[in-house]
Design a binder for this molecule. Structure first.
Ligand SMILES: [Zn+2]
Length: 380
């Protein structure tokens, strides 16, 4: 346990209205059923005609009987029942699949038993009920039951300019789900990470003893150590493994490289006789090689103690989750080769990526409890 007392790694750096607009007045008028030709009136007219010419009337009435659908009664294009247009346009303008489900709103693309058969005969030139509907950004027009704007998934408010519950504002202004993390170190066939991880200290008290800490699941030292600002993944085999090629540090999520430091001595280690970490050949603990990534929701992940000259990315690079960004080393205030990953929220506060009784209810891992007691490797 003693060597775990000095694993301390330097932390890298230290909407609102409900509902969418209802149908526009134009759309409401277009969809007003009162404009439908009244079949019964037509029948009366035809019957009246029949009084003067009974045979013709019979023929006309027969014709009318064969075309019960209002849409099929002889009318010019301008009189075609709006419902027919709705059926056509609904098919063409299927609501955005990402739009929030509305239990009260029938699926415009779904067959409607009450819909006339007119769909089969509609003219492609029929007006689109959404044609004159101007929706705000992050919204799409839905034709049924009346043409209206529906916010895209993740957005709410009259102008669809507010993030829905469970979504956060991205650095580019979009509403996105919170970024979640994948295992940040390549465990290959399971042999590179020596579990368990050494966790973030959720105990706010600073204590004299490194043993004063609380891991996400409530465990004390050595599951964590005092004031530990991140999560440590120990390299199985230590310096021997490091000297045999080490293993890759992986981007825990898509992001942009916002800080890089490389070229520093990478063989710092715990010296129990010195009572702490030493960096042989140096008078003081040398700086850690590190990479900091910024993710789309403003969170940052920092990767410390990297092997000298192993950094594979440059400032400003866009990286993908799982991408190799460096090798595990032991630079900086490091007792042995390992990766220290720090998660910082958009406000700059260090966070425990794990959920649990000692931390917050929501995990920041895509999969917190994967095999081997490690987070999962699957990216968000
Ligand atoms: Zn650490």
């Amino acid at each position: 346990m003693a060597e775990l007392r000095h694993l301390s790694c330097v932390a890298a750096l230290a909407v609102l209205l409900g509902g969418c607009p209802s149908a526009t007045p134009e759309a409401a008028v277009d969809l007003d059923g009162s404009q439908l030709p009244a079949v019964s009136d037509a029948a009366v007219a035809l019957t009246d005609a029949g009084a003067a010419a009974p045979d013709a009337a019979a023929a006309l009435l027969d014709a009318s009987a064969e075309t019960p659908d209002a849409a099929e009664t002889p009318t010019d294009a301008g009189d075609i029942p709006p419902d027919a247009a709705v059926v056509l346009d609904a098919g063409e303008a299927t609501p955005d699949a990402s739009a929030p489900a509305d239990a009260s709103m029938p699926d415009a693309a779904a067959p409607d038993a009450s819909m006339p058969d007119a769909a089969a005969t509609v003219d492609a030139a029929l007006p689109d009920p959404c044609a004159d509907v101007m929706c705000p950004a992050n919204a799409a027009c839905v034709a049924q039951p009346t043409a209206r704007c529906v916010c895209n998934e993740g957005y709410t408010g009259t102008l669809c300019d507010t993030c829905s519950a469970g979504f956060v504002v991205a650095t580019d202004g979009d509403c996105i789900p919170p970024v979640k993390l994948a295992l940040p170190m390549d465990n290959q066939d399971g042999g590179y990470i020596d579990p368990p991880v050494i966790g973030f200290d959720n105990d706010p008290d600073d204590a004299f003893l490194d043993t004063s800490c609380r891991a996400h699941d409530g465990r004390a030292f050595p599951a964590c150590y005092d004031q530990h600002s991140g999560t440590d993944f120990m390299l199985n085999g230590g310096f021997d493994t490091m000297d045999n090629g080490s293993t890759h540090v992986l981007a825990a999520a898509d992001g942009v490289v916002v800080y890089v430091r490389d070229g520093e001595f990478d063989r710092c280690r715990l010296d129990i006789f010195q009572g702490g970490v030493v960096c042989p050949g140096h008078d003081t603990i040398t700086p850690a090689n590190r990479i900091i990534l910024e993710h789309r929701d403003g969170k940052r992940t920092s990767y410390l103690h990297l092997k000298k000259d192993s950094v594979l990315v440059a400032l400003g690079d866009v990286v993908l989750c799982g991408q190799h960004i460096a090798l595990v080393g032991s630079s900086g205030n490091s007792s042995a080769p390992h990766l220290h990953m720090t998660l910082t929220d958009a406000e700059g506060q260090n966070r425990d990526p794990y959920s649990g009784v000692g931390s917050q209810p929501e995990t920041h891992w895509v999969e917190q409890d994967a095999p081997n007691g490690l987070p999962g490797t699957v990216c968000q």
